[in-house]
Ligand binder design. Structure first.
Ligand SMILES: [Zn+2]
Length: 179
């Protein structure tokens, strides 16, 4: 058998175009040919990261003939950006402003590309222009500090002791780690 695991998975998706295929199905197919395969699912995820497969949901992928997305180390492919917006209901995860009240929204990398963050759904979040700029200009940890200070102020104003304690603790952790 000249085929390797990656080729076997590709061929399986190619033979089932546009069909949503689960992790279990792919893995059991691979085990027919490679009973000792160590982690066939990792190979499938890699095909997705390379832009060959489309992610439908957690553990489910499909192959669209002719499709080639940008690899995940590039900016978000349109489809992933759309999934991020949908998951976050088209609202900034910090302030809640969004398309419903006329705010522009952006897909932000939670872990930046420069720090090896990937362009996948799990590493994306929806931000309004203001918070997107804030994060870009200040970086993640400084953004977290500013955001925490703002939340702490609000919590104190409305007397929400639990939230106040939470953000006090976050600020202490940032202090402790020198951010
Ligand atoms: Zn915002």
């Amino acid at each position: 058998m000249a085929k390797n695991i990656s080729q076997t998975i590709k061929e399986y998706f190619d033979n089932n175009p546009n069909r949503e295929i689960t992790q279990e199905e792919v893995v059991s197919h691979v085990f027919k040919f490679f009973p000792n395969a160590r982690d066939p699912w990792r190979v499938t995820r890699k095909l997705y990261e390379e832009g060959y497969l489309v992610k439908v949901s957690r553990g489910v992928y499909k192959r669209i003939p002719g499709y080639q997305a940008q690899p995940v180390d590039a900016p978000f492919p349109d489809e992933v950006r759309q999934q991020i917006f949908e998951r976050d209901n088209y609202r900034c995860v910090v302030c809640g402003n969004g398309l419903h009240n006329g705010y522009e929204i952006h897909a932000d990398h939670i872990i930046p590309l420069s720090k090896d963050g990937k362009s996948i759904l799990e590493n994306g979040q929806t931000l309004c222009s203001e918070h997107n700029m804030m994060k870009k200009n200040y970086g993640t940890t400084d953004f977290l500090r500013r955001y925490s200070m703002k939340m702490l102020e609000i919590a104190r104003e409305i007397g929400d002791n639990e939230t106040e304690a939470l953000f006090e603790e976050i600020l202490k952790i940032l202090d402790k780690h020198g951010y």
